[in-house]
Design a protein around this ligand. Structure first.
Ligand SMILES: Nc1nc2c(ncn2[C@@H]2O[C@H](COP(=O)(O)OP(=O)(O)OP(=O)(O)O)[C@@H](O)[C@H]2O)c(=O)[nH]1
Length: 299
């Protein structure tokens, strides 16, 4: 027997397609918006739950099952691809009868057809890949000790909020908080106890805030709180409530052993974020200078 005898003979595409881990399709959309799948074959699990005969007549019912985020996304991707005859490339969640929706990636090439546009392409189940991407994104954005968002995540969030604030003229304030004499606390009780204080402070601060506020660990024993729709005076009051509740709490090293210095500042429409952070930082150092365990503000 020669080596060539052991290699399977080439097969037709019709024979192979049911065995591939995805779906090969031809999708048609008429100029007046009628949609159908002229061809839909493959080995993906999604096909088990899909009525292919129905989709060959009318695909709109499948598209309408998509979430209110995915539906407009996929419709505008189809529209753009049809208008500019550019490849269609997007992803969406396909509802499954049992369990969570599956993430599907679509990649297809358009071509003009009678009365509309036809796309020939592939759909792949990328649920595992999307879960992995989300795990990695969370890892990149999270401080491992406290589980809080880190500086990177906070800066992205603050950038977004400041542009909303500038556009709508709504107030936005920040607090910069720093544990007083943390080095002494570490030296006296050990680093593990220091770590425990940081974790408890993260939980305590989060508990005091609204769900739309964000507290992040900026590094070491420094944290920042971002308060959308909050003017400076309100931020100052909240900062003082937080300072007071920390001073009265036993973090495992005795009441009054952990205190905070806090600087607060309010965003000025259109200013660079570095200016806002610098003001909060100056206010924080003002609080340290006054004697710690207090809140200072710079408008
Ligand atoms: N346990 C623990 N300590 C940390 C961590 N990150 C930074 N530190 C410590 O925090 C301390 C910060 O000390 P300093 O910057 O001198 O500030 P401080 O002692 O709090 O003094 P003031 O800020 O002036 O009140 C240092 O001893 C760092 O080693 C951490 O993740 N865990």
């Amino acid at each position: 027997m020669s080596v060539n005898d052991a290699i399977p003979a080439p097969q037709s595409a019709d024979h192979l397609v049911p065995h591939i881990p995805g779906v090969v399709f031809q999708f048609y959309r008429s100029h007046c918006g009628k949609m159908r799948f002229n061809y839909l074959e493959g080995g993906g699990a999604a096909l088990k739950y899909i009525d292919r005969q129905q989709l060959a007549l009318d695909a709109s019912q499948l598209v309408r099952q998509l979430t209110n985020i995915d539906y407009p996304k996929i419709m505008s991707a189809i529209e753009r691809s049809a208008r500019w005859m550019m490849p269609l490339s997007t992803r969406f969640r396909l509802p499954f009868p049992k369990g969570k929706p599956h993430w599907i990636a679509v990649s297809a090439k358009p071509e003009p057809a009678v009365g509309g546009v036809c796309w020939n392409g592939l759909m792949m189940d990328i649920t595992d890949q999307v879960a992995e991407e989300s795990r990695l994104r969370k890892l990149c954005d999270t401080d491992p000790l406290t589980g809080l968002p880190n500086r990177r995540k906070l800066m992205a969030h603050l950038t977004h909020l400041s542009s909303l604030s500038a556009r709508h003229g709504t107030p936005l304030s920040i607090m910069m908080l720093d544990i007083d004499h943390f080095k002494q606390l570490n030296d006296r009780w050990g680093h593990l106890e220091g770590d425990n204080v940081l974790k408890l402070l993260a939980t305590k601060t989060q508990a005091l805030l609204r769900s739309e506020d964000m507290v992040a660990r900026m590094g070491g024993e420094e944290f920042m709180v971002v308060l959308p729709l909050t003017p400076l005076q309100q931020c100052h009051k909240l900062a003082d409530r937080l300072r007071d509740s920390v001073a009265c709490y036993d973090f495992g090293v005795g009441v009054g052993q952990v205190t905070l210095s806090i600087g607060v500042a309010e965003y000025r429409c259109g200013e660079p974020l570095t200016n806002l952070i610098e003001r909060a930082d100056k206010a924080l150092y003002g609080a340290k200078d006054i004697g710690r365990d207090c809140v200072c503000l710079l408008p």
